[in-house]
Design a protein around this ligand. Structure first.
Ligand SMILES: C[S@@+](CC[C@H](N)C(=O)[O-])C[C@H]1O[C@@H](n2cnc3c(N)ncnc32)[C@H](O)[C@@H]1O
Length: 289
């Protein structure tokens, strides 16, 4: 049975003690989509972020370092993609024991046997979505919350679904605590605990869909909820060996649906945690055959 438990705002108490202590000062300046951190100088960037976002220079310098690598590898397509990456405090979405690893290449443990994807992967998948402000974006697999936080810097309409209930609650708690501190952009994220295979029909159709767990086919309900011309980025393939596909939906005059697929990693295998299945209230198995 599909669950539609909407998570209540203010569930900060669900945030695990293993998460970083929320000790930083409040964000000094109100969020705006027009706020533009410098993209070309580390010192100017750190200064701007300290003044506008109240963040720790130690994390900011590491974020910049990762940004430089991603930029060098051409993982960003637009300045908006770069801005999105630079605006998100990834460390807030990593466990306490991984704080020093927040900007390393690798995916990291977030509990319950699942992971926060590596920053390069998130950056590359987000760029492939080509999100514009005002577009409706759905994420399957909220996990740590980092990907949706990134999306919330690209558009003001984000929905995210997580199948693991305590993880969905913990992440909602992180967003709510950050919103209270002044990260008001995360108010754009509506989240719920459910099986994402079925998408979020009442909120759709969506301009963009990003799937962050691996499956061997494109879930038909997700394709249905994608607008004509919409883009889905999804890891497709056998367990632990997916290709990250960019899927563009086309609907012909007679209603026939076709999809154009490209592999955003040009054939490289990228392993993702499995797209699991809810049976009643329990997670049992996966959707892959
Ligand atoms: C790679 S992890 C998290 C990535 C996440 N976007 C982030 O930024 O941390 C993928 C997530 O997908 C979730 N997941 C797996 N199957 C799912 C399903 N059927 N519906 C919703 N979420 C699912 C997992 O529980 C896990 O949290």
């Amino acid at each position: 049975m599909r669950r539609r438990t909407f998570l209540k705002l203010g569930a900060a108490t669900a945030a695990s003690a293993a998460l970083p202590a929320l000790a930083l000062a409040d964000v000094p300046k109100p969020y705006s989509f027009d706020a533009a951190p410098p993209l070309d100088s580390v010192d100017a960037y750190v200064k701007w972020m300290v003044e506008n976002r109240g963040e720790d220079p130690k994390h900011l310098r590491k974020r910049w370092e990762r940004y430089g690598i991603m930029k060098g590898n051409q993982y960003f397509t637009t300045k908006n993609d770069m801005r999105g990456f630079l605006m998100v405090p990834r460390e807030e979405f990593c466990l306490k024991y991984n704080q020093d690893q927040a900007y390393s290449y690798h995916f990291l443990d977030i509990g319950w046997g699942v992971t926060i994807s590596g920053p390069d992967t998130v950056g590359r998948m987000t760029s492939a979505l080509d999100i514009k402000k005002g577009e409706k974006c759905l994420e399957i697999g909220t996990g740590s919350g980092y990907q949706s936080a990134y999306l919330a810097n690209m558009t003001d309409k984000v929905w995210s679904i997580e199948i693991i209930k305590p993880l969905a609650e913990r992440t909602r708690g992180i967003y709510d605590a950050l919103i209270k501190r002044g990260y008001t952009e995360y108010s754009a994220i509506t989240s719920k605990n459910a099986d994402g295979y079925y998408g979020w029909e009442e909120a759709g159709p969506f301009d963009k869909i990003v799937v962050t767990c691996g499956i061997d086919h494109i879930p038909p309900p997700l394709l249905k909820q994608l607008k004509p011309g919409g883009i889905m980025v999804i890891p497709v393939g056998p367990p632990g060996a997916q290709h990250v596909l960019k899927v563009v939906k086309d609907v012909a005059a007679d209603g026939a649906i076709t999809v154009a697929r490209t592999d955003i990693y040009h054939g490289r295998i990228v392993p993702f945690v499995p797209f699991t299945k809810l049976v009643g209230d329990a997670i049992k198995g996966t959707y892959s055959q």
